[in-house]
Design a protein around this ligand. Structure first.
Ligand SMILES: Cc1cc2nc3c(=O)[nH]c(=O)nc-3n(C[C@H](O)[C@H](O)[C@H](O)COP(=O)(O)OP(=O)(O)OC[C@H]3O[C@@H](n4cnc5c(N)ncnc54)[C@H](O)[C@@H]3O)c2cc1C
Length: 393
């Protein structure tokens, strides 16, 4: 590997994909200019704890940093924190920043992740979203004086907020558009079990309904549901998925289609521009189509692979996706992608909250979802790794 022609690599984004990319570039011996630009005003941190320990108050914000400022300095990484990339001029190899500055690059790694989706009908000042440490701090503060919370979206984030709020003794209403929480991705068998877990924890779960409107009435929020129901709550949180942060690439020539489109080597069609992490939709050789993965371990590994390829290697990124979520004291984990399954078998593992669901397509295992059983999930994960020649993440 040679980087004689490179004088600066810029990584735009301040999440785990960016941090792992920066570290790997130095580990590979790249010793020229290296800059990280992050819209957030603090160093990359463990985002998975935003809806877990941080929301519960079990950890302080500063404890979540993936590395200290000193470690960035030791590695000669220039930090542009609190500064967003607002435009890209590939012909001039220039990134325009929100603080009126601009940065030249020889290689650019886009690792801008995503932000929570907020349907227009729910856009009201005071409605909470959860993506960053600051979001968690604001929500925690409000939950501390709230007696009730309405959560729109029964996915992993909604489920984790429900967990933290029930642990704090709040009345929790969880509103899920599908027939069961998580059933859109993992099917009804798993969805029913997740519903039972929420209800056993005292969550008032409303499935098959959407929040039509949200507005304030005096001190409280009022939500109007699609089935005619009404809910009052002190706090409202919306967790209905995320969208990639790609607007700043508009007009640059970088292809954006539900994420920054890349090949399996993290490369966009624009010379010298790569992408990694939640913002990237990359060709995956095992799935035969571009995929975008919103999982912590994938983002880490993707950032590392992008570092190799920024220096001229051709390393393919083709992970078996792996995810976890903690809800009401039960660890849930998944591996693979269940989309397109035609058969699901659920095996109970000694208690109501311990089971594994295995998803098959034409008889072949494509994914698994386990509750309360990391050992079983690890077995399924190994099976998936062995079934296809892809990189383990
Ligand atoms: C609350 C929460 C809990 C989660 N829990 C789990 C879990 O338990 N398990 C799991 O596997 N995954 C979990 N995830 C998903 C996981 O955290 C993500 O997959 C991972 O953080 C993605 O990392 P990333 O670096 O690609 O993007 P991000 O973490 O989104 O980082 C992107 C960074 O880029 C910055 N940025 C955006 N636009 C610009 C711009 N124009 N200029 C400069 N900077 C910009 C952002 O401010 C941010 O700092 C969770 C996610 C959330 C939000």
């Amino acid at each position: 590997m040679t980087w004689d022609s490179l004088s600066r690599i810029v990584v735009v984004g301040g999440g785990v994909a960016a941090q792992r990319c920066l570290w790997r570039l130095r580990d590979l011996g790249y010793d020229r200019g290296l800059t990280m630009v992050s819209e957030e005003g603090y160093l990359p941190y463990d985002r998975t704890q935003v809806s877990k320990e941080l929301l519960r108050g079990g950890v302080a914000e500063g404890e979540l940093a993936l590395a200290t400022e000193g470690e960035y300095a030791e590695r000669g990484i220039e930090l542009r924190l609190g500064s967003a990339a607002v435009a890209l001029e590939p012909a001039a190899r220039k990134i325009v920043l929100s603080d009126a500055g601009a940065l030249d690059y020889d290689r650019l790694v886009i690792a801008t992740g995503g932000r929570p989706r907020l349907p227009p009908r729910l856009r009201e000042v005071g409605v909470h979203l959860l993506r960053s440490r600051s979001d968690a701090a604001r929500l925690r503060e409000e939950l501390a004086w709230s007696a009730s919370v309405a959560i729109v979206g029964g996915g992993f984030i909604g489920g984790e907020v429900a967990t933290a709020a029930r642990a704090a003794g709040l009345k929790v209403t969880l509103i899920e558009a599908a027939a069961w929480p998580l059933s859109a991705g993992f099917g009804d068998e798993v969805g029913k079990r997740i519903a039972a877990l929420h209800r056993a924890a005292g969550v008032d779960l409303r499935c098959g309904v959407t929040a039509r409107t949200v507005g304030r009435s005096g001190e409280q929020w009022r939500l109007q549901l699609s089935d005619g129901g009404r809910i009052s709550a002190d706090t409202v949180v919306v967790g209905v998925g995320m969208q990639p942060n790609t607007e700043w690439l508009h007009g640059s020539g970088v292809t954006v289609a539900e994420g920054v489109l890349t090949d399996e080597n993290c490369r966009t069609k624009m010379p010298g521009i790569l992408a990694a992490g939640d913002c990237a939709r990359f060709s995956h050789r095992a799935y035969g189509r571009p995929v975008r993965i919103e999982h912590w371990q994938a983002a880490m590994r993707h950032g590392e692979i992008a570092a190799h390829n920024a220096l001229g290697e051709d390393s393919a990124f083709a992970p078996v996706p792996f995810f976890w979520s903690d809800q009401h004291g039960v660890k849930h984990q998944s591996c693979g992608l269940p989309a397109g399954f035609d058969e699901v078998s659920v095996t109970e593992l000694g208690s109501e909250t311990a089971y594994i669901a295995r998803y098959r397509q034409r008889g072949r295992l494509i994914a698994a979802f386990a509750a309360g059983s990391p050992v079983e999930l690890a077995r399924a994960r190994k099976e998936l790794f062995e079934a296809r020649p892809v990189a383990a993440v």
